[in-house]
Design a binder for this molecule. Structure first.
Ligand SMILES: [Zn+2]
Length: 365
């Protein structure tokens, strides 16, 4: 995408903070994504694409035999378990396997079981300004600001946007016409599970679509005729910020699941108290370059911004979202189970990274 003007949109202001690309590229109120900066996004080899590399093609996770036989991998697993202390043991056990965590649908697929039914989840106000919207197989998140809504991901299709996102938002008192930005965190060629609803919302409400160009370049030519995709209005690059009203989110590149996979760091409040959360497209890091980019994001963004919760777009992908959402619905003002503390989240991040190092070691990378 070249230049995107947002002047003349009242108080809707956007600025890109090109923290990894030289300060000279930051332009308030007008977003210019410079080609020189886009080159800074970590490029992944083609084999890192697809469903976590589990759909065939070159190896992206070690075999069980490689995993068990690698002394370094097992040493790193032991380090991860030490980091887990007494309060992150299930998380470390989930991440420190040959495959890493498998959400329910993929675990069933791997076990040769039939897919489970996809159904609409009760929309849930998880934080004061952030709502879970979506289905059991994939979901979106709505962030409310003083000048409208930022929507993260859009489900599969026009039908799901129209018949799930819109009524779910209305059910929790949100007006879909207030969606100003849609951030698509990643996409897979030939699939539309996160991106398929964007065109409907873009056309119906005039929302501007933001997406990592590495992924949009792959998915747009491969779009299914029955699932037309939105053409992004803006490119996302690592370290950029997007401001709408009183809220600034930070976009970071977490490659591995797909080349462009984004994390979005979001300031939230819980019963009025500020916290910071971060979304993950996924947590695969099948190459040294993707591992180093995860380390960079954790050290340069997540840790300084005191992130303390991991947010996902496939319920069950990182944690038992169904249970967490139910806990919140049953006790909306009680302790929020998504929120670790910054210290605990720091150890969680370190575990995720250490388990990634273990898998690379087992593959001899
Ligand atoms: Zn994906």
């Amino acid at each position: 995408m070249g230049e995107v003007g947002v002047e003349g949109e009242g108080t809707v202001k956007m600025s890109w903070n090109m923290s990894r690309c030289g300060r000279g590229f930051g332009v308030a109120a007008t977003a210019i994504v410079a080609g020189a900066c886009l080159a800074a996004i970590v490029q992944e080899p083609a084999h890192a694409q697809g469903r976590g590399g589990r759909g065939g093609g070159p190896q992206t996770v070690p075999t069980q035999e490689q995993w068990v036989a690698s002394a370094e991998a097992q040493r790193r697993v032991a380090t991860a378990m030490t980091l887990a202390g007494s309060d992150l043991v299930p998380q470390a056990e989930s991440f420190c396997t040959a495959t890493g965590p498998l959400r329910l649908a993929l675990a069933r697929q791997a076990a040769g079981l039939p897919p489970i039914e996809n159904y609409t989840i009760e929309p849930t106000r998880v934080f004061d300004n952030m709502y879970f919207i979506g289905m059991s197989s994939q979901n979106a998140w709505a962030i409310t600001t003083s000048d409208g809504i930022i929507l993260l991901d859009t489900l599969n299709s026009t039908e799901e946007a129209r018949d799930v996102i819109v009524p779910s938002m209305e059910k929790v008192g949100l007006d879909p016409a207030q969606i100003k930005y849609i951030i698509l965190g990643h996409g897979h060629p030939g699939q539309s599970d996160h991106t398929g609803g964007a065109l409907y919302l873009q056309r119906t409400y005039g929302a501007k679509v933001v997406m990592p160009p590495l992924d949009s370049a792959l998915i747009l030519p491969a779009a299914r005729p029955d699932r037309p995709l939105a053409t992004p209005d803006m490119d996302a690059a690592d370290g950029q910020t997007l401001t709408l009203g009183d809220t600034t989110v930070t976009l970071v590149n977490l490659p591995g699941h797909t080349p462009g996979s984004l994390g979005v760091i979001v300031p939230v409040t819980q019963n009025g108290t500020p916290h910071t959360v971060m979304t993950f497209a996924a947590t695969q890091m099948p190459t040294r370059a993707s591992l180093e980019q995860f380390e960079h994001v954790f050290e340069e963004f997540a840790r300084p911004l005191k992130v303390e919760a991991a947010i996902n777009f496939h319920a069950g992908g990182l944690q038992d979202d169904f249970a967490l959402l139910e806990t919140i619905r049953n006790n909306p003002t009680g302790p929020n189970p998504y929120l670790y503390s910054p210290e605990r989240f720091d150890r969680w991040m370190s575990i995720v990274i250490e388990c990634g190092r273990a898998r690379l070691a087992a593959m001899g990378r």
